[in-house]
Design a protein around this ligand. Structure first.
Ligand code: IMP
Ligand code: MG
Length: 210
């Protein structure tokens, strides 16, 4: 693929905004077009599921933000929005300390129909920890929606999401909200980076506020 084509696909063909980011992409895994179609479908299924009930979305920072903003604008429902951060690698930790949940102070999910929205279901430890924390808050119902689910036959007893956008292979993705070393969230497509980019980074692939 030519450099110009790569930039066009990355949505960065404006010379003013064009930097090295487009050159870092090895391949587009899910295009913005496919994402848009699927997000509309997911919104339709969610709306059908909740009917007239008032929904409370609990969005997992930071990776879900782009997905969240597209999804909720397609939901013709009364809904509230809360955000939660999940930190598995506090400070300088390089090994997971287990997910720690930070809900906004005063957040009350008691009696609410809660839908957890996250970017990607990988090992499932984030989702499991969140489900356990929210269940303690006595919600009226609790479901989960992820844009992607990685194929991980090696993981036993992974929690299942109720709404899944795409099944993807077990490789590290960036774009549409997902980062590598805090970069690439602004890519409009879901992409794999060139191997040299992953080597250049800090090697953190599941840090806090992932
Ligand atoms: P878990 O393993 O399912 O708990 O996922 C841990 C966190 O790592 C999630 O919150 C994701 O945001 C992040 N994550 C997992 N896979 C990827 C990826 O391919 N790209 C970017 N972030 C990822
Ligand atoms: Mg996440």
């Amino acid at each position: 693929m030519s450099g110009d084509e790569r930039k066009r696909r990355a949505g960065l063909d404006d010379p003013a905004s064009s930097q090295a980011i487009a050159a870092d992409i090895a391949r587009v895994v899910v295009s913005r077009k496919r994402i848009a179609v699927r997000v509309r479908e997911l919104a339709g299924r969610i709306a059908e599921c909740y009917g007239q009930a008032e929904l409370t979305i609990l969005a997992v920072l930071t990776g879900s933000l782009i997905f969240l903003s597209d999804l909720i604008r397609q939901l013709p429902l009364k809904m509230r929005l809360d955000v939660v951060s999940v930190c598995s690698y506090p400070g300088q930790a390089t090994r997971s300390q287990g997910p720690r949940i930070a809900l906004p102070p005063g957040a009350s999910l008691s009696g609410r129909h809660v839908l957890i929205v996250d970017d990607i279901l990988d090992s499932g430890s984030t989702l499991r920890a969140l489900q356990q924390a929210v269940a303690l808050m006595d919600p009226a119902s609790l479901r989960t929606c992820v844009l992607m689910q990685k194929v991980r036959p090696d993981v036993e007893d992974r929690p299942a999401a109720d709404f899944v956008g795409f099944e993807v292979a077990d490789e590290f993705l960036v774009g549409y909200g997902l980062d590598f070393d805090h970069l690439y969230r602004n890519l409009p497509d879901l992409c794999v980076l060139k191997p040299a980019c992953y080597r250049r980074g800090a090697g953190a692939t599941g840090r806090e506020d992932a």
